[in-house]
Ligand binder design. Structure first.
Ligand SMILES: [Zn+2]
Length: 302
């Protein structure tokens, strides 16, 4: 069965149609509509495009920011017009077929575990470091999910107290409703916040990354970012002990990020014990579309 994967972002929608051997057959990219009826129609139009291109109804998978609450199927995603709407239900009713809807970090995790950097390993945790921080755990090709639908929302694990208190870092209100989530310190905005708190500097994340080698104050900021992020990876190691961590999102493009995190992670782990290998995602910015398609294909074939 052919599968359509849709990466539903706040500004763009990327749709990719895959053949049964996972060759990319075609793709379509459109702006994300600002109203819910227009968004629903655009997604239905993309499925109609894929059905026509395939000649048969395709399996439909959508990877999007935020989470879906299994209790009411409503989408929790502040930057999407679908926020508070049961989008997966509306789509599957309109299409008269199952629609697989999953968080975009989980879609990237599946894509990287099955097709990308995590291929050689059985237990793969993808950690997406960008505007937000999220992830997903794939074991033997299966995304690990649970009844709450929140597994993988690792950006909302609390930041390590010994680092926050030891360095006098701020405890920030997180948009999720909790306080002191690690995302508020290690996302792109989080890195900027660290520079402000530690050195009084008003710089963006790309400015900090570009200048860190030649500025001792920014070097210190970078090391704290690495220590905080490594502590999160250590939490993942203590819970699911993955073979590898695949880094995605904009901050995974920072030169030497894998190496610097590997050094920081060795310091966070018990002395003498091993840690997961840290790799960068291979699938690029639209890796999530392939993961969403694969999740849908699996539902159709299981
Ligand atoms: Zn949070």
């Amino acid at each position: 069965m052919m599968a359509l994967g849709v990466d539903l972002g706040g500004t763009k929608i990327e749709a990719q149609l895959f053949a049964e051997d996972w060759r990319l057959l075609d793709r379509s990219r459109v702006d994300t509509p600002a109203t819910y009826p227009a968004l629903l129609q655009t997604l239905l139009d993309l499925v109609a495009w894929a059905d026509l291109r395939a000649g048969v109804p395709v399996a439909v998978g959508i990877g999007a920011a935020g989470a879906v609450n299994p209790r009411d199927e409503c989408v929790l995603a502040a930057n999407l017009a679908a926020h508070g709407q049961p989008l997966p239900t509306h789509l599957s009713n309109a299409l008269a077929r199952p629609v697989t809807y999953l968080n975009d970090s989980r879609a990237l995790a599946l894509s990287e575990a099955v097709f990308g950097a995590g291929r050689p390993f059985s237990s793969v945790f993808a950690l997406v470091l960008g505007t937000g921080v999220g992830g997903g755990h794939v074991r033997d090709g299966h995304l690990q999910t649970g009844p709450s639908g929140t597994a993988g929302e690792v950006g909302h694990i609390s930041a390590a107290a010994h680092l926050v208190q030891g360095l006098g870092l701020p405890i920030i209100d997180c948009p999720c409703g909790r306080r002191g989530c690690i995302e508020t310190l290690i996302s792109g905005a989080g890195l900027a916040r660290l520079a402000k708190a530690m050195a009084g500097l008003d710089l963006t994340a790309p400015q900090i990354v570009a200048a860190r080698a030649s500025d001792p104050a920014l070097q210190a900021v970078w090391h704290v970012w690495c220590a905080l992020t490594a502590d999160l990876i250590q939490t993942l190691t203590l819970t699911v002990d993955p073979d590898c961590i695949v880094l995605g999102g904009g901050m995974s493009d920072i030169p030497e990020v894998s190496m610097d995190l590997t050094v920081a992670l060795a310091r966070a782990q018990f002395a003498g014990f091993g840690s997961p290998v840290i790799l960068r995602a291979e699938g690029g910015a639209t890796s999530g579309a392939r993961g969403a398609a694969h999740a849908a294909w699996r539902v159709a074939n299981d």
